[in-house]
Design a binder for this molecule. Structure first.
Ligand code: NAD
Length: 468
């Protein structure tokens, strides 16, 4: 078993001991139900290449199953199973009614051009259709490492080609471009969820006092590993809406540092132009890209891949809060070590759940065949205008045009998505924190999060009457 899957199961076992549930039920919750391993030929240049790929469905206690598709040359079965397992617990924590799944295609995206990647994605989708591993009520993929809206659009198009008459076909995949049955706010969702979670975690005075920090995000120093979908949006929103100072960033090509702060938008533009973050004006080059993980800062956001903080470097971590934006960036042993050192580790299965939460909204939009806000926006707007008119009459005061526009605006899809996401992240944090405070033997947020997830899944099984 890989370190990653081993860590996930080790964390599960640690938490399961606090639930008082029977072994048989715990075994069922922990087990991965199905894995489809496939190999298929794709014409690359003049030669056929045999591509290895997977789709794991960890739990069918709720359907459809849900989870991203990863394109990486390091993908193997254990990794996909570990990620699918995390998805089950993640969905339970944020009350998204899905079982967990994950897909993996063993390719390095740097080695293929767009046309070749399209061919690989479409062929992979065909395999999933053939074996009934995709569908709006069966299993719904989404983006993950190495994939994004473009790949999701190819998946949708392939599905529509094969199953065009299906009324809810658009719900077969989420993370699609907005003009192809997607939803506003999905691309930024995981990073924005990280921001809402950090904002909430930093709002508790006693928790912050224990870390030697003030409440609130304003002025907190942040280091970020990986400036992809999750890392970029997390860093950008923490900087622009939270007032954080990003002092260190690492990408594939290396790591940079500036104690006065790095402007993330300018850095992204610079990287687009130069093809690298190295040499960004005002920053110092760090020896190795891994040095970002041991920078002295308030918040460390590992947002690249798993197994980045291990027993090998955990001793050198100097952050006060580690926000696991990636899946499994800290191994189980290393996390225990960090917690012992007094570091707050906000676990992946909670803090990066923003993506699946907004994917759930997108799926609901696809099933309802209507944009959120379409029915009520004007109605709300007219009601607020009437209310304001009455207030003006009663007080004899007149609002300015700017005030009127602000106070009477009805909610658009993006407003509703963000508000639904914020509500979800706050509610879930309170549930996890209350377990941590209530159960004296639990000393870390991850174990508390697992207890929340296991209990919710167990209650689903119990309500089915299957496990007396
Ligand atoms: P991505 O491919 O968009 O970005 C990952 C970035 O990390 C890339 O820019 C890559 O160059 C960089 N990177 C890779 N190795 C690195 C290293 N050693 N040091 C520094 N940078 C490195 O992927 P993503 O979608 O942002 O996913 C990142 C992590 O977040 C993964 O663990 C994924 O499972 C998890 N996640 C993603 C989502 C989502 O909605 N995309 C949701 C939940 C969790």
């Amino acid at each position: 078993m890989s370190d990653f899957l081993g860590s996930v199961n080790q964390n599960f076992d640690k938490a399961a001991a606090h639930t008082g549930l029977k072994k048989g039920l715990l075994d069922q919750i922990k087990a991965c139900n199905s894995v489809y391993q496939m190999r298929f030929p794709v014409l690359i240049g003049k030669e056929y290449q045999v591509i290895e790929a997977y789709r794991a469905q960890h739990s069918h206690h709720r359907l459809p199953t849900k989870g991203g598709i990863r394109f990486s040359h390091k993908v193997d079965q254990d990794e996909v199973v570990a990620l699918a397992t995390l998805m089950t617990y993640k969905c339970a924590i944020v009350d998204v009614p899905f079982g967990g799944a994950k897909g993996g295609v063993c390719v390095s995206t740097r080695e293929y051009n767009e046309e070749q990647l399209e061919r690989i994605t479409r062929r992979y989708t065909m395999e999933l259709i053939r074996k009934n591993f995709i569908g709006p009520g069966i299993d719904v993929p989404a983006p993950d490492y190495g994939t994004g809206p473009r790949e999701m659009a190819w998946i949708l198009d392939t599905y529509l080609t094969m199953k065009g008459g299906e009324l809810d076909a658009a719900g077969c995949v989420t993370g699609k471009p907005v003009n192809q049955y997607g939803i506003r706010g999905r691309t930024e969702a995981t990073g924005r969820g990280v921001f809402y979670a950090l904002k909430e975690a930093c709002s508790f005075e006693d928790d912050m006092k224990a870390l030697g920090l003030k409440t609130g995000l304003e002025g907190k120093t942040v280091a970020v590993q990986g400036l992809g979908n999750v890392g970029y949006y997390a860093a950008s929103i923490c900087q622009n809406e939270g007032g954080c100072k990003i002092i260190s960033v690492a990408e594939y090509e290396g790591a940079i540092y500036n104690e006065n702060g790095i402007d993330i938008e300018k850095l992204m533009k610079y990287r687009k132009k130069k093809g690298s973050i190295m040499g960004f004006p005002g920053t110092k080059k760090m020896k190795s890209r891994k040095d970002v993980l041991t920078v002295k800062c308030d918040i460390l956001i590992p947002a690249a891949l798993e197994n980045q903080i291990t027993m090998g470097n955990a001793k050198s971590v100097k952050a006060k809060i580690v926000a696991e934006a990636a899946n499994g960036p800290v191994t189980a042993d290393a996390a225990a070590h960090l917690v012992k050192k007094g570091i707050m580790v906000i676990p992946d299965m909670y803090i990066n759940a923003g993506g699946v939460t907004v994917s759930y909204f997108e799926w609901l939009k696809n099933l309802s065949h209507m944009r959120f806000g379409r029915m009520e926006k004007r109605f709300d707007q007219n009601r607020y205008v009437n209310l304001m008119n009455q207030l003006e009459k009663m007080t004899g005061k007149k609002a300015t045009n700017k005030e009127m526009a602000f106070l009477t605006r009805g909610a658009d899809e993006i407003d509703l998505v963000r508000s639904g996401l914020e509500e979800t992240m706050i509610t879930a944090y309170h549930e996890i924190r209350s377990v941590l405070k209530r159960k004296k033997k639990i000393t870390d947020l991850r174990t508390a999060a697992f207890v929340v997830a296991i209990n919710k899944i167990a209650s689903d099984y119990n309500s089915l009457g299957v496990w007396p």
